[in-house]
Design a protein around this ligand. Structure first.
Ligand code: ATP
Ligand code: MG
Ligand code: MG
Ligand code: MG
Length: 485
């Protein structure tokens, strides 16, 4: 039987312990520094060490320049990807190994290779592995080709947008440790697409070539740019290693399932959603199964870390995630609160690694249920408003885009749901008009936001606000494009 997610996590940590790393527990999802609301990467708790602070850790005598963790992370900046792509979670576990001025590129890359390909560890087929490097990183190129033996045509070079971490660091921040990186991709084979690795250079998007592991070489401290905007990258006192591999992604590769929603953690959740709704997990509707399963996991994890639902900050983000899940449950025809009933499955699958889930289970269930009940009432009022609007139209008529948008903006009504109900009246929806209204609203929201659209740092959790303080804008528009990949 293939390794379970829990076994892969454990093997990773053991592998790096065998290479002299200290295993440390995960940091809370509440970010250790103020650059983000939530912890977004395994490296984040170690910024002081990258900047030169002594590598000393509570409960461990002496200095430890090699550390390994499995870090829970929350990334909501590109939450619209969740459910639509088959590789994005809002909550992910990042497996990481870190060097604070100890080993550098050679060890990092050769160990990554050993972990992935050795039959004792992940035993992946070497021919399926590919790598990207930063444009002028000749050192990484030589390690890959000469020492590891990766063929040159398995390597692509990209600029800072792909191969610098954080990607926006040179241009717009955040300040702090950063550097070029080398990413490892796995070719899932022709069943996933007929594109080639060379195509990936153009498309940057592939269902076939899956990014699994980012190896970052933090060697700069990004400081405030010059008045003329020239980036300021100052050499750190020493060179560091920061790597991050998505556990969900590697589990789907190792378990050879089509997407991580079919892995051992998500599949019971997906099956339960299918059972509750009576809709099998297939076709365009499957976006909703995925959103519900993924979001209930992240919401549970964040509440377990002490966040309470509210209209500001972290609590607001959790509320938005939960409401997105609730809408998708509604889209699946579920009219009663159900999300809370999925919490025990999340606890069963994740509680071993994260005992805070077990300790807080009843609090999580209660918080989810209260929010669901409240939100379902809003959805019900929306239904009444829509019924009234539709009642004024002739069969064969059209509901205006403006009305469809108001339903979305005020009642949180996804366009899919509006279309579905309109159909029952023999009415179509002006989708182009809806898209225009949405676009206008998003422009307003962006103009009113001081944050960029960086996926990690101050991302959509702020950029999408702007309009109605209890609703969030734009996610579902993207879900309804139909295409899942
Ligand atoms: P992508 O380009 O696919 O969005 P990324 O380049 O943003 O990924 P990194 O910031 O390099 O990802 O994070 C390191 C690793 O963490 C990735 O190689 C991937 O395995 C995993 N990872 C990142 N974001 C996600 C996510 N949203 N869901 C699941 N895994 C993720
Ligand atoms: Mg990437
Ligand atoms: Mg990456
Ligand atoms: Mg990303």
């Amino acid at each position: 039987a293939p390794l379970t997610t829990a076994q892969i996590r454990e093997k990773y940590l053991q592998f790096f312990e065998s290479k002299g790393h200290l295993r440390l527990p995960a940091h809370s999802l509440i970010a250790p520094d103020p650059t983000t609301l939530f912890t977004v990467a395994g490296m984040q708790p170690f910024k002081p060490q990258f900047m030169g602070a002594p590598a000393r850790f509570e409960g461990h005598a002496g200095e430890h320049k090699r550390v390994t963790t499995a870090q829970k992370c929350l990334r909501v900046g590109d939450i619209e990807n969740v459910g639509r792509t088959l590789r994005h979670c809002s909550l992910l576990e990042m497996l990481g190994n870190f060097s604070f001025g100890d080993y550098f590129k050679r060890e990092a890359l050769t160990w990554a290779w050993e972990f992935l390909t050795s039959p004792e560890w992940m035993g992946m087929d070497r021919d399926r592995l590919y790598a990207t490097i930063y444009e002028d990183d000749q050192e990484a190129f030589e390690i890959w080709t000469q020492e590891i033996g990766l063929p040159e045509d398995h390597i692509l070079r990209f600029g800072a947008d792909e191969n610098f971490w954080p990607a926006d660091a040179p241009a717009s921040g955040p300040n702090g440790p950063c550097g070029p990186c080398s990413e490892i991709f796995y070719d899932r084979g022709p069943a996933y697409g007929d594109d080639t690795w060379q195509d990936y250079a153009q498309t940057r998007e592939s269902a076939r070539f899956l990014e699994i592991w980012n190896n970052v070489f933090p060697q700069f401290d990004r400081q405030e740019p010059q008045p003329d905007g020239t980036p300021t990258l100052v050499d750190l006192p020493f060179k560091n290693i920061d790597t991050g591999m998505g556990l969900e992604r590697i589990a789907s590769v190792v378990q050879d399932v089509f997407d991580f929603y079919s892995n051992d953690v998500f599949s019971p959740l997906i099956a339960r959603v299918a059972e509750l709704s009576g809709h099998p997990y297939e076709g365009v509707r499957s976006v909703s199964h995925r959103v519900v399963a993924e979001h209930i996991r992240s919401v549970s994890m964040v509440i377990a870390d002490g966040v309470t639902l509210s209209n500001t900050g972290r609590g607001y983000t959790v509320r938005k995630i939960l409401r997105r899940a609730s809408r998708h449950a509604y889209l699946l025809g579920l009219r009663e609160p159900v999300l809370h009933s999925l919490v025990p499955l999340v606890v069963e699958k994740m509680g071993g690694a994260y005992p805070e889930l077990v300790q807080n289970q009843s609090r999580i269930e209660a918080a989810v249920r209260t929010e669901e009940e409240r939100f379902l009432k809003t959805l019900e009022s929306g239904t009444q408003r829509l019924d009234a609007l539709l009642g004024t139209l002739e069969k064969g008529g059209t509901l205006s885009g403006e009305d469809a948008f108001t339903l979305y903006d005020t009642y949180g009504f996804p366009i899919d749901l509006t279309k579905e109900i309109a159909e029952e009246y023999g009415v179509t929806v002006d989708e182009a008009g809806y898209a225009e209204s949405l676009e206008r609203a998003q422009e307003l929201a962006r103009a009113g936001s001081k944050y960029g659209k960086s996926e990690l740092f101050g991302g959509a959790e702020h950029a999408l606000d702007g309009l109605n303080p209890t609703e969030f804008v734009g996610y579902d528009a993207l879900d309804t494009q139909g295409q899942v990949l």
